[in-house]
Each structure stands twice: as C-alpha cells, then as structure tokens.
Ligand binder design. Structure first.
Ligand SMILES: Nc1ncnc2c1ncn2[C@@H]1O[C@H](COP(=O)(O)OP(=O)(O)OP(=O)(O)O)[C@@H](O)[C@H]1O
Length: 373
C-alpha cells in the first residue's frame, strides 16, 4: 500500500502537467556492504506540496532523497515523477534539483557564478542565463551579493545562494537535505519561514529532510517518519502529531512520556511501583502489556478529576525553558517529563494529572490501540 497523507494542506495543488508529483514505489536500497538503507518504501508526494522526511540518524532519509535525485540507484523498486518512471533516467534529466546542508558552493566562483553554473552546464544561452540569475537573485534577496565569493558571505547568505542555485534551473521537484541545520537557531527560523513563503509562491513539489521536529511540523503538508529504512507513519503533520500511529512516532515527535506496564481490571502494574497506576474508567485498555502515552504539556498539577490519570512523581531535575520549566521526574522505574509554569524543588513530591482525552494507548508491539485520542 502506498503511504499518502489523507489530510493535506489546501495549498497543495492537484496534479497538472506543469507540477508533477513524486512517487516512490517499493524502494529498496541495499549497499554493497549489506546495509539495507531503504526497505520497501512507498511514498506518494503530492504535486506542489512539501513532504517532510523525519527520523533518527541513519534511518535512510538522505538515501531516499538521493534515489529520487538519481544520485543513487535503488536495488529494487521505482521512482516516478509526474507518473513517468525515471528510475533509470540520468540525474540531470529528471527535472530535479537538490539543496545540501553544507551549501556545496564552488569556493572559487562568485555567488553569481555559482548561480549561473548549472545553467551553463545545461547549455542555456548566455542571455537567458543572465535573466534567470538576476530573477533568482532578486527572489532570494541576494542581488547585491552576486560579485562576492562564498567566503565573503554569511552562513545564511551562502544558503540563499545554495537554494538559488537549485531554483535557477526551474526544477519541477526540489530536494532539500537539512538545508538550514548549520545555521544558528534564530536564522534557521527566519530562513524556514522565508522558504515556506517561496515554496508556496513557486509551488514546486518538495521533499525536505530534517532531524528537527519543529521544522518538520511547521513545513510539512505531508510528514513521513522513517525508522530503520521503513515508513513508521505517513500523514498530515497535525494528524501525525495528534494521533501518532506508534509509540516510536509519539516519542520522536513531541517527546511523549510512555508508561508501559501490565494491565488488568483498570490497573497498570509498573516495574518499581507495586501500587501501580489506576487508569481512567473511559480508557478501555485490553488486558496484558500496554503503553499509556502522555505528552509533558498534557500533565498538570492541582486537583484531579474523575476521569483523569494521576501520577505521583519524584522530580530529579528541572530545566528552565523560558516561561515554563521542564521537570524530569520518576515514577517507579519510569522517567516522566512534565511542563510546568511554576518551579518545583528536586526531591519534592509532585502529583500531576492528565485528562483521559489526552492519553494515547499503544499495544505490546507499539502500535496505536485507540481510534480517537
Ligand atoms: N555508501 C554507503 N555504503 C554503505 N552504507 C551506507 C552508505 N550510505 C549510507 N549508508 C548507510 O545507510 C543507512 C542510511 O543512511 P542515510 O544517510 O540515508 O541516513 P539518514 O537518515 O540520512 O541519516 P542522517 O540523519 O545521520 O544524515 C545508514 O545505516 C548508513 O550508514
């Protein structure tokens, strides 16, 4: 079955001749040393939308981009662009451009020279080259910097040139591999917003790799979480955050607390807590090993209500986040994080509650058990 998100942003275009989507069909990539980087990956990237690939280091994100770009040949499966099978088509003929984390600019060329280079290689006549470089530079606000070499540019300016060098080719498909991860936090947020506005304006189908969950949530029309070369979940960003399909997705996106124990008759026995935990009556969990998930921001101090889950924690560490604090506590042998507005002393008793509606239930194999959360 092809993974495609049911709840995509309205800004995603329907497929037209000018905006092809990208399909990865049963992609497998096994490297000569036996490493399986992609294991039967099916993704449908909607035309004009941003599909974000998210997952831990080594899960296959870059390999997937490289297979779409044509820089890597898959061991099995196919890549389709606009419905056309391009698996055996040269990278330069796919209508795809890639932006790398480290910009990969030519140090000896000026910014303008870097922008013009891919056009020169493609045999674009000089007049047209000059026109396109000027238009791209204006788009990215680097028109005053075209005479400078990369060493004379700031990190953000260099990355603008990197993006410009991809856009100047007017690609149908833009592939971005952690493009802003080397920038400082403030600039990263600024560049991300600028890129989003630009992508919405130009509407090229985009595959975007990131480690950063905030970046993933803010950019994705469709979010794909990869784990060990396989798709863990593919959905719209909000859907994926609201209803993670597995406990892995739940912890990876939003750092959900997972309380795993053995359930019987409304009580969850947890290692190190012989008294266990009483589950809210409305949470219908099967008997046996289950995991109850709750996000740090969904736990609150103060009086509990009838259908709440209540936890008595021992705080072991607190971190200041700004207005809030992240309190790391223990509950038996489990670690639990809570976001609080007030400070709390380490070692002090802390009782927190969560509404049943904010709880997520996963089975012994980590898959989601309940439909609504
Ligand atoms: N040329 C190669 N030969 C052998 N194994 C490789 C090769 N390139 C990548 N791998 C392996 O394939 C797996 C996926 O690598 P990939 O670079 O796609 O992961 P990633 O999710 O992009 O990681 P990161 O976030 O750290 O960049 C890893 O186990 C990696 O070691």
């Amino acid at each position: 079955m092809t993974a495609t998100s049911p709840a995509l942003s309205s800004s995603v275009r329907t497929e037209t001749a000018s905006t092809p989507g990208v399909t990865c069909r049963n992609l497998v990539k096994r490297f000569p040393d036996g490493t399986v980087a992609l294991d039967d990956v099916d993704i449908e990237c909607p035309p004009g939308g941003i599909t974000v690939l998210l997952g831990p280091s080594g899960c296959g994100k870059t390999t997937l981009l490289r297979c779409v770009a044509g820089l890597e040949q898959p061991t099995a499966g196919a890549v389709l662009i606009g419905g056309r099978d391009v698996t055996r088509v040269d990278a330069g003929l796919r209508g795809v451009a890639m932006v790398f984390q480290n910009h990969a600019l030519y140090p000896d060329k000026t910014a303008g020279g870097n922008l013009a280079f891919p056009l020169k290689m493609a045999g674009v006549p000089k007049r047209e080259r000059v026109r396109r470089v000027a238009a791209t530079a204006e788009l990215l606000h680097i028109d005053g910097l075209l005479e400078r070499r990369p060493s004379q540019l700031s990190g953000g300016q260099r990355q603008r040139v990197g993006i410009g060098r991809a856009l100047v080719r007017e690609p149908d498909v833009l592939l971005m591999d952690e493009p802003f991860s080397s920038l400082d936090a403030e600039l990263r947020v600024e560049m991300r917003a600028e890129f989003l506005a630009l992508q919405r304006r130009l509407g090229m189908t985009t595959l975007y790799v990131t480690h950063d969950q905030i970046e993933a949530l803010s950019l994705a029309d469709q979010l794909v979480v990869l784990r060990d070369g396989r798709i863990e979940q593919c959905a719209g960003a909000e859907e994926l955050f609201r209803r993670p399909a597995t406990s892995f997705v739940a912890t990876f996106l939003g750092g959900m607390n997972l309380l795993t124990g053995t359930h019987r008759d409304g009580r969850l026995s947890i290692p190190g807590r012989p008294d266990g935990l009483t589950l809210p009556p409305s949470l219908s969990a099967p008997d046996g090993v289950v995991t109850v998930g709750v996000r740090p921001e969904d736990l609150r101090p103060g009086p509990g209500r009838d259908d709440d889950l209540s936890l008595e924690l021992t705080p072991v560490l607190t971190e200041l986040l700004g207005r809030e604090r992240l309190v790391h506590g223990t509950f038996g042998g489990l670690r639990v994080k809570v976001r609080l507005h007030a400070d709390i002393a380490v070692g002090e008793r802390l009782i927190v509650h969560a509404s049943a509606a904010d709880l997520h239930l996963f089975g012994f194999d980590g898959t989601r058990l309940q439909e609504a959360a």
